[in-house]
Design a binder for this molecule. Sequence first.
Ligand SMILES: [Zn+2]
Ligand SMILES: [Zn+2]
Length: 376
Amino acid sequence: MDDARGSHLSVLIDLSPTQWHNSAQGPPRNTYPLPLNSFLSQLLAFLNSHIASKHENTLAVFGAFPGKSVMLYSTIDPTNHDQAIDANSYPPFRLVDSTIVTRITEELEALGEPEEEAPSSLVSALIKALCYVNRVTLPSVSTTNNPADGHDPAILPDPRILVLSVSPDLSTSYIPIMNAIFSAQKLKVTIDVCQIYGPDTIFLQQAAHLTGGSYIFLERRDALLQYLIMSFLSPPSIRKILSVPTQDKVDFRAACFCHKNIVDIGFVCSVCLSIFCQPVPVCSTCRTKFPMKTLQRLNASRPLLSSSTSNASRTSPSTPQARTPTALGADTGASTTNGARSSTAPLGGLPHSGSIGNGTPRAANINGSRPGPEAR
Ligand SMILES: [Zn+2]
Ligand SMILES: [Zn+2]
């Protein structure tokens, strides 16, 4: 690489005490138990290799604690410079290691022992990381006036965010995660995800897929450092040459805006693209009224629709698993963990922007199958 600029890495650590406690349990619960201290020592080795691979590389570390997110370390504004000299350690590594471990210990001790643990604020940490990337990648005023060799040295070429998650999906965070994904696309930030513990998270799968990153579900948890170095150490520009593992299946299901349930079949407002789990007379987001006839037709087609989709799924296993409408909303837990995966995007049937303002708002079906013929 003749590029003298370094690459920026922001790491998000999910620090939910309950999930890490569960992760440390031995067999039969976990074949490969991974306690927090072992995770941290492997993570610090990975962070040190990122700093060591190029002098210009920059690093920021964010922690997602229950109910709050904190910046733990940043190369741009390191918190404590007064480190004791240790002949046996390289000072930059020592600064990263001691700052991160001290900050995590402080924050975990400040949590105390609450009655009920709040879900970890992974989304707020993700948004902070995006704001940080925006700040460090924006060209400063002094350098924009005098471009030295065609590119601004202040602009980092490929910023990326690595999410180390241990928590399951939180369906209320669907809309903020999607907004964060769109911001990441605009900033050209790659989001990599490593699911260290717990079930696959479909929102983070979508985040990695939509920003060109990798989603890795950690199967051999005793080999965390190897996964991190093999998959996430190389910046996105080099990954085209290396064969970095990517996900072969992406779960594209969305959460409805009305109940925040993850739905297999949803109904999309043709004006503002809000998603609902059942046909609604008035869109709660943009207040568009739908014609009574459309509602009746969609309602009448719903049982037929699910049976026709399940017929189709017998012939092609990639079709998303369909459930009867009565089951929708009744068991959110089952719908997030039933493992229904799809390699085709059910959102392919979204009405495009051309349908906006054509005078006759229609509720369109997410799966793209036209309900009309079945209803008649
Ligand atoms: Zn709903
Ligand atoms: Zn709407």
